[in-house]
Ligand binder design. Structure first.
Ligand code: NAP
Ligand code: F7E
Length: 348
């Protein structure tokens, strides 16, 4: 049985990847941060009590800012594959928390690479490493972006991801480690964090539809993103670690839409005129914006035989339907006196 170790397992991608690996017979180990509230909601459907016989899903407390802790865990688990997904992943927040973002995203990756290097050196066992790179690294470089496109990062988050990317390349070349960099364009889902624009829109419009909220406040509606579904993208991560040689790959649908078009699509499903309920709030504008991301994933298609299965319309439909069901539950709870309706719902 292969063993995988995931940082960021409680996040959107971590939960989809853990499901994929379990379905392929892996023993899965995940790093979780200690928090004052539960942060494992996305893992509820796959959680197995570690006391159960034949349990093959384990969570370990840790943090990528704690190098000693992650090194000890890797020595203990001795995984075959490590997926480094941990990050302060919100671009706008990275302008407010630049040092913290660099610590988790850039130095966190370096700490994980050091832990892998030490474990490989002390055990002699190969560990394959996936680094979660981002299309934000291309920033202001014009589309279509592929593996040859120059990095031109436009936020502390993106600068930190570029740094992590080059640490990964350097450790591959310096120590002969199997390290793959995925350069993933935006991918969303029903589990997307609620302050990213797609989910903010689907949560907001569905709540407005049911009378739970009046407005959504957004920033720049003109930026273009290449949006895919997270379940398709974690499959590409796994494929990268199954190749004969480590390499770097762009993962994208090749199709870009503006935030405005996302609103049009979601509004059409709900038969709502979003223009009546969306307002601009300048606090959601970024000091430097990334205007236009559209990926060219021909290398991943050719070498990994990877193709996305969910297109833009299907992605929006799934997110709207999911959030409509969630809003209905909220409404029922509220009407039966069990829930509090929060208005002006999400911030960031
Ligand atoms: P996400 O939902 O924001 O999840 C981030 C994960 O990192 C969470 O599990 C979070 O834990 C964990 N984390 C944050 N700081 C940490 C720290 N200091 N130590 C340990 N864990 C920490 O992000 P995602 O969308 O799943 O993305 C996964 C990775 O891919 C990230 O590295 C992201 O930057 C990158 N990426 C994402 C996209 C995208 O469109 N989704 C595109 C390209 C690259 P808590 O749950 O405790 O907060
Ligand atoms: O913004 C605009 C915003 O925060 C998309 C992360 O997963 O993907 C994500 O980063 C666009 C931007 O994602 C609001 O200005 C307008 O142009 O959903 P987002 P992102 O910044 O593209 C990349 C690939 C990652 O790697 C990141 O980790 O939408 N926008 N109004 C808004 N964005 C937000 N969040 N909130 C608004 O109100």
């Amino acid at each position: 049985m292969k063993k995988a170790f995931l940082t960021g397992i409680t996040g959107q991608d971590g939960s989809f990847l853990a499901e994929l690996l379990l379905s392929r017979g892996y023993e899965v180990h995940g790093l979780i941060r200690r928090a004052s509230t539960f942060n494992t909601g996305r893992l509820d459907s796959i959680y197995i009590d570690p006391h159960a016989p034949h349990a093959h899903f384990f969570l370990h407390y840790g943090d990528v800012s704690d190098g000693g802790g992650v090194r000890r865990l890797l020595q203990q688990v001795q995984p075959d594959e490590v997926y480094n997904l941990a990050a302060q992943s919100h671009v706008k927040v990275s302008f407010d928390q630049a040092e913290f973002t660099a610590d988790a995203v850039a130095l966190g990756t370096l700490r994980m690479l050091e832990a892998v290097r030490n474990t490989v050196e002390s055990t002699g066992k190969e560990i394959r490493f996936y680094q979660a790179g981002s299309s934000e690294m291309f920033g202001a470089s014009p589309p279509p972006q592929n593996e040859e496109t120059r990095f031109y990062p436009r936020s502390p988050y993106a600068v930190s991801k570029v740094s992590a990317h080059w640490y990964a390349v350097n450790y591959r070349e310096a120590y002969g480690l199997f390290i793959a960099n995925g350069i993933l364009f935006n991918h969303e889902s029903e589990r997307r964090g609620e302050t990213f624009v797609t989910r903010k829109i689907t949560r907001g419009l569905t709540r407005i539809h049911l009378g739970l909220q009046n407005k959504i406040y957004l920033g720049n509606l003109d930026s273009r993103r290449d949006w895919g579904h997270a379940a398709d993208y974690v499959r590409a991560m796994w494929l990268m670690l199954q190749q004969d040689h480590p390499d770097d790959y762009v993962v994208a649908t090749g199709e870009a839409h503006t935030v405005r078009e996302f609103l049009d699509e979601a509004g059409a499903i709900l038969k709502m005129d979003w223009k009546k309920v969306v307002e601009l709030d300048a606090r959601y504008l970024r000091p430097t914006e990334v205007d236009n991301l559209q990926g060219d994933a021909s290398k991943a298609r050719r070498k990994l035989n990877w193709r996305p299965e969910v297109n833009f319309q299907e992605l929006v439909r799934r997110m709207v339907e999911h959030d409509l069901a969630l809003a209905r539950q909220e409404k029922i709870l509220h009407e039966s006196g069990y829930g509090t309706v929060v208005s002006g719902y999400r911030h960031a």
